[in-house]
Ligand binder design. Structure first.
Ligand code: 16G
Ligand code: ZN
Length: 535
């Protein structure tokens, strides 16, 4: 009897001698060795959907900020969350099976283990970024998903990663009281465009905003979104730059959020003048960082920590002004990479609770889900704000007691609609920042003045085996190799306001060392010394 799974897999043989791993951001590597992984992700997506009684699961083909020759794939749960960890392990295991028969057998084993009826309906939505390899990898995925596993598919073509998460959530909530929106691109632009207008309530952000789209999928999608925003005379003037998707080899090259964050400078192509507000998206538009040059031409970065503090302070104001302060509490979730000054500002000035989690969106998202209002951002610009169902209910039902309370409540409700609840979304995030700045009548300089970052340094150390570096306390302390943490602590003691940690990267074969201290010299010195210890 024909085995459609084995047949489909035989069309996408496993390259020899490679080991694949579903990491922090799914599978990600050189695109030419991904075909077999894509076909197997088709099987996993179908199994996951069947395990969830035929709910839509999402599949995004992207390698985010990686170079143009890379690609990757990640699977999205029905509400737009990252794939459950248990299933990451299954995805890794099936991708490392060698022969088509072994893959097919493992597929059956998963079905048995989770009591999955393989003839029940399975549904997946798929989209990709603008990489040249995307079409080929999509075909391999579809082969596994439809011919192999017999699932139904909706192919959205090109989307940003957050748009794909949005579609998944919309499709699964359609017709329910939790309906998130219309599962079309137009639905996405209309929802966020209208929320932006409502949240501004006639306020106009000062000056203009230049958006660097990393020559990725964010470019054409932002161009579409702009058509659904209020006209620039009434609201925000947006200049779109680095939006060349015709030349996929220019993706993330000398531009984009990762370039700006890593190099602490504007893309060389930038023509922005002093005081001009700029932001950069990454290749799949799920990360954003802001920056500007001051009147002395000095570059200033406003990263994810800054977005978190700005948004948390604004939400705090709105909650207080609406009279909801005793019903709704706000918390901020950060990683160890958050600047010490940002953490102190949230705790001491904003008087909000801070949680720290390991690196990776899924950890932050999970911690934020436990809060009434969870503001979570990684320093690198990944992040969003999520509201618990009870909090949404409280805010929806609350009756304001004065015109002042009503105004604040109206803005709060619009801001909730403006924030992509499925996942961090660079387009929605920058619109949110612009709303906050408009309400506060701030430019980038005022935003920067809220606190002063501690000088910091991030170094990449190549080691023989990064797996020996094991951490605890949200990656802030090493438990292995023995004695190393003690030596790091001794170096930290030698500088003022020192803090440093080392962790194995989840995306590269390296250990990352972070250090901060009272002065640039001390921070650089500390980072160098800790890097020496790690080597
Ligand atoms: C991935 C993560 C990102 C994290 C980064 C850390 C997602 C969607 N992406 O890109 O959140 O900051 O990895 O990389 O979770 P590293 O482990 O190499 O430092
Ligand atoms: Zn990304």
């Amino acid at each position: 009897m024909a085995d459609p799974v084995a047949e489909a897999m035989s069309r996408h043989p496993t390259p020899e001698g490679l080991v694949y791993q579903y990491g922090t951001a799914g599978f990600r590597t050189k695109s030419e060795v991904l075909d077999s992984v894509m076909a197997r992700c088709g099987l996993i997506a179908a199994l996951r959907s069947r395990a969830l009684k035929g709910k839509w699961v999402g599949v995004m083909i992207t390698a985010s900020h990686n170079p143009p020759e890379d690609n990757g794939v990640k699977i999205v749960e029905p509400m737009g969350n990252m794939l459950q960890e248990e299933w990451e392990i299954l995805a890794t295991a099936i991708s490392n099976k060698q022969t088509p028969e072994e893959v097919s057998q493992y597929y059956q084993e998963i079905a048995e283990k989770y009591r999955i009826d393989l003839s029940s309906p399975a549904r997946a939505v798929v989209a990709r970024d603008t990489r040249a390899s995307g079409a080929r990898l999509l075909a391999a995925f579809l082969d596994g998903l439809t011919k192999g596993a017999g699932a139904e598919v909706k192919d959205y073509g090109f989307l940003t990663t957050p748009q794909l998460h949005y579609m998944v959530r919309c499709l699964n909530t359609e017709g329910t009281p939790d309906a998130y929106g219309t599962p079309t691109e137009k639905g996405y632009y209309e929802k966020f465009g209208a929320a932006f207008k409502n949240a501004l309530r006639g306020k106009k952000p000062s000056g203009s905003l230049t958006v660097d789209c990393a020559n990725g999928v964010g470019g054409p999608k932002l161009a579409e979104l702009i058509k659904h925003l209020p006209p620039k005379e009434e609201a925000l003037e947006i200049f779109v730059v680095n939006d060349n998707v015709i030349k996929p080899e220019s993706l993330n090259v000398e531009c984009g959020a990762d370039f700006v964050k890593t190099n602490q400078r504007a893309p060389p192509s930038s023509k922005a003048g002093p005081g001009d507000r700029c932001c950069s998206l990454d290749g799949d538009a799920d990360r954003v960082v802001y920056y500007f040059k001051d009147s002395n031409n000095m570059f200033h970065l406003l990263d994810g920590d800054r977005i978190a503090t700005l948004v948390a302070s604004f939400l705090g104001d709105l909650v207080r002004q609406s009279g909801l302060a005793d019903k709704v509490t706000i918390g901020v979730v950060q990683t160890a990479y958050a600047n010490g000054a940002a953490t102190e500002y949230v705790e001491k000035t904003l008087k909000l609770k801070v949680d720290c989690t390991p690196t990776g969106v899924k950890y932050l998202h999970h911690a934020a889900e436990k809060l009434d209002v969870g503001v979570y951002f990684e320093a690198n610009g990944h992040g969003t704000v999520i509201f618990s169902p009870d909090t949404l209910d409280t805010i929806a039902k609350y009756e304001p007691r004065s015109p002042g309370q009503k105004d604040a409540l109206d803005v709060l409700r619009a801001v909730i609609d403006l924030i992509n609840q499925a996942v961090g979304d660079a387009l929605s995030d920058f619109l949110l920042v612009e709303v906050v700045l408009a309400h506060k009548s701030w430019g980038a300089q005022e935003w920067l003045s809220t606190y002063t970052d501690l000088p910091n340094r991030l170094l990449k150390v190549i080691v023989a085996d990064r797996k020996i570096f094991q951490t605890t306390d949200a990656e802030r302390k090493l438990v292995k190799p023995d004695g190393l943490q003690k030596s790091i602590d001794a170096e930290v003691q030698k500088v003022r306001q020192g803090r440093s940690f080392a962790r194995a990267s989840g995306t590269e074969d390296a250990v990352r060392v972070y250090a901060e201290a009272a002065t640039r010299g001390e921070a650089d010195d500390l980072a160098r010394k800790v890097a020496e210890l790690v080597k």
